[in-house]
Design a protein. Structure first.
Length: 295
């Protein structure tokens, strides 16, 4: 099971022997927003998931099977690891993860890229997700004189670790993945989240192809942040490919998806032979005064 399904429990809605599909010209922003609000803001609706032979279309994943819109964790980790080695080569870096497929996969890929660039971590450790008190972990970080903390995990635990580190007198640079691209992160950290850095594709809300849908979201008081537009694009692709295939059979739809090029709110999307997007555009974002923006 891919990590989006693992944590969100997302499943396509079955009706008898088929699957209920949105039309490719879907414009129901309420429906997409409800899907977003039903899960943690950074997670995506896994349509279609691996039970249908396609993989997680909506965002990054660790299993690296089947088409996806948002890039893979190894691509994201490669960017983060190179950055850490270049920008903090003389500083003590800790790499933490939550032992989930997403978190550990991202941390390990980041570590691998950083090590390849010639930088070794001062501390590599796991933490238990869902806890409220990470003071013992923070004490380890403090004793090791850690300057930079890379966290492979979700926004709740990252926010708590950041906040508790600063409460213990630390002033670390915190770097994470795409899971931190949600307003809920700042709600947890408050001003102590200032300066947090994370990787995420360039802001899809700024793309001309998304202008109409973004306007529809905003008209309903919704900011389509994070993976909302990736989810929307996944639904568009899946529906269009299923109609073109004349079937909801996962293998048939996957074959059509891999062979085609698709017009979505993200622009035109196509896949290579492995089912990965042909272009990956991870950049860095930074939290500042309650908002995040590209660096």
């Amino acid at each position: 099971m891919d990590h989006a399904c693992e944590h969100a429990g997302a499943r396509p809605e079955r009706h008898g022997k088929g699957v209920h599909l949105a039309r490719p010209d879907v414009h129901d922003v309420d429906q997409v927003a409800r899907r977003r609000d039903a899960h943690r803001a950074h997670q995506v609706v896994a349509l279609p998931h691996r039970n249908f032979g396609v993989g997680d279309l909506g965002g990054v994943r660790t299993d690296q099977e089947g088409p996806e819109d948002g890039g893979r964790d190894d691509q994201q980790g490669a960017v983060a690891g190179a950055y850490l080695a270049k920008e903090y080569g003389t500083r003590k870096i800790a790499i933490l993860h939550d032992n989930t497929a997403y978190g550990k996969g991202l941390a390990d890929e980041t570590k691998k890229a950083m090590n390849k660039a010639g930088k070794q971590e001062a501390l590599y450790a796991a933490y238990v997700p869902g806890e409220k008190d990470y003071s013992s972990l923070v004490s380890r970080l403090k004793q090791a004189n850690i300057d930079v903390i890379y966290i492979g995990g979700y926004h709740t635990e990252t926010g708590l670790i950041m906040r508790q580190a600063k409460q213990q007198g630390m002033a670390p640079v915190v770097v994470g993945g795409d899971a931190l691209v949600t307003s809920e992160y700042w709600q947890i950290t408050g001003d102590q989240g200032e300066g947090t850095i994370m990787t995420f594709p360039s802001d899809p809300r700024r793309r001309a192809s998304a202008a109409k849908v973004v306007a529809q979201f905003k008209a309903k008081g919704i900011d389509p942040e994070g993976y909302v537009l990736y989810t929307y694009a996944a639904i568009q692709e899946w529906a269009a490919a299923a109609i073109k295939a004349g079937s909801t059979d996962g293998k048939k739809v996957a074959a059509v998806l891999k062979a085609g090029s698709w017009d979505t709110v993200l622009g035109k999307i196509s896949y290579d032979k492995k089912g990965d997007v042909t272009e990956s555009d991870y950049v860095f974002y930074i939290w500042h005064k309650g908002n995040y923006a590209e660096m």
